[in-house]
Design a binder for this molecule. Sequence first.
Ligand code: ATP
Ligand code: MG
Length: 760
Amino acid sequence: MSPPDDPFDLTDAPSPPAPARAVASLAHLEGLNPEQRAAAIHDAGPLLVLAGAGTGKTRVLTTRIAHLLISGRARASQILAVTFTNKAAREMMDRVSGLIGGAAEGMWLGTFHAIGVRILRRHAELVGLKSGFTILDTDDQTRLIKQLLEAEGIDDKKWPPRVLSGIIQRWKDRALTPDKVGGEDASEFADGRAADIYRQYQERLLAVNAADFGDLVMHCVTLWQKHPDVLAQYHRRLRHLLVDEYQDTNVAQYLWLRLLAQGTRDVCCVGDDDQSIYGWRGAEVGNILRFEKDFPGASIVRLERNYRSTPHILSAASHLIAHNAGRLGKTLWTAVKDGEKVRLRGVWDGDEEARGIGEEIEALQRDRHPLGQIAILVRAGLQTREFEERFIKLGLPYRVIGGPRFYERQEIRDALAYFRVIVQPADDLAFERIYNTPRRGLGEQALRTLRSIQRSGRVPLVEAARLALETDELKSRPRKSLSDLIAGFDRWRTMLEGMSHVEVAETVLDESGYTDMLRADRSVEAQGRLENLKELIAALREFDTLPAFMEHVALLTDNAANADGDAVSLMTLHAAKGLEFDTVFLPGWEEGLFPNQRAMDDKGQAGLEEERRLAYVGLTRARKRAYVSFAANRRIFNQWQAATPSRFLRELPGDSMDESSDAGLYATYSAGHQRGLREAVDGFEYESLGTARTRRQRRDETVDDRRADSGDRLDLAVGQRVFHQKFGYGQVVAIDGNKLDIAFDKAGAKKVLDSFVEPA
Ligand code: ATP
Ligand code: MG
């Protein structure tokens, strides 16, 4: 193979593509079906492969690249392939290398962002940057916006910088530069001044020679629009464009691609409208639906044969997604004849769900199934905790994909650092971590002062802080903040003597300003962080004291098996896009959790449909086995809640579901099965409540002993605090035989049967 071209050398007109030589071998096309093959070798203009999950879209893309190279139609440096994640880019590179028998060096392969940076570095001056520009993360971005708001005298309590940061990101997703924002795009933020701050923000970024993530794509669009000569260079260079997961491109990415595709018009996009799951980040499923209009004369290839999953899995996924109104609609079939049904299980609570799945995985492991072929896909990041704890207990190696393990997450470490200082005031590392988080004006200078006192007095930092407060070494603002913080720690420590550690922990997070900091931050990440903190509080309840919990966590992080080798994958449904596993567990299919309440509140029907597409993505990741589960009770936001089975369960076809209780793990649900799925799900609440007591007695490790009841008869008294599966906590107001009048904290006054409540 010829030596790789210098991909940055754009000034040379590239040598014309080599004339197609007689292809030495067509081995790389072997096994493709006729439609796949047509797409892989297609050479006349724009091409869209629009097809359902597992039909080989990514395989077509990879083979197409290999074919371009092997047939001599293109050199590696003339190919641009866009993937959704860096991980997908690596996998694609490996696959191509496998097919061509060597590395495809010089190929432009990566995410829109990665490729955007590469282009911008080369032409930075043309958009007002210098080549060594820095890329800002969201924290830097928000800090900059905060400064601008301050300078404008805009109250950042009323108009939080994070919110504006989000608004600006959405504008950038649509390639709206400040001069284009206006009319219905304008925001109400700060009484209509958002666009002006946006303009200032862009100016500041240029002044400090920095770009944020959105700029990486948007600047390219501007660059090419304003400098046709530069665009022409890329047209000469990048002659073959390929995009995977096209349904999740946003407007800016779409414009980027369209400009580039004006060159040779050899653009091949593959995607599935049913898998568009990033609408909340600005993705426009419309891009894929409009392809023919945007690229006149485009060929459309549809693939219908699914090579990934067994018939039952496919049927479950197809039935589910058929409930979405806004879709093109496709049929999928598989030549695979048999296979297991999708297993549907109802369990008592999240703990039992994690235990059941753990046992199931151990059984698979005994049957020599590689752990790397097993994935647990959750809707919300907070759901990983119970599985992580379970796996550590079982010694099952696991890996959290696309995010850190639960106890290693930033907000969890911050919260733990607060707790550590309370339990162990000499813990300098913990103190340093949070002494200015949330920001309270304690910068490097204050820290230097404390450190010097610490050194001379040989005392812990907290003590050094106390000493510093007795001197005049600190300026008044840091002094006040530090004094408040130290007083806070003293107060929280005292509280531990008289209050439950759970309440103290909640108080700490509130009074320290930590939760407020996240609440002010309206980004999706911040929501996830708040949820993780609530999950942390839930975990705390399982221990009697704060130190006991801290010890547990220390051991957990220590024992966490280093999962370099074969390991179970834990990730969110969003992170699972494009991947496949022999066995997939889909826990937590309950209303509110999945479909996610916030998505529905924010976007209504469209939000629900995006949730359903996520469910479709989840099911279609499975090759051989899919397990869907739901719990009758979830501890969410530190409260037990009676969960309602997800509406998606009713949309699954009874014929493809295995609802038996063979494993003995999921007996709760079994009584309803004879009546058929739909009815069973409707009747689930009743069934689960009816069997609740026996389940509870059978449980060996109860997560909440305080609530465990003592037997069949409850000795309830007026005034007593009780817990009800559906209505939550309340107080008994009157008793009439087995009927109770209860004033519930949340649900108000209700009459209920005593068998449905437990002492709180
Ligand atoms: P998704 O929509 O989930 O991204 P996809 O359409 O990109 O799926 P691929 O990942 O390319 O599908 O393929 C799914 C599985 O089917 C892969 O394991 C792939 O190797 C296999 N496959 C695809 N085409 C064929 C074929 N013609 N013969 C055998 N296996 C195939
Ligand atoms: Mg794919």
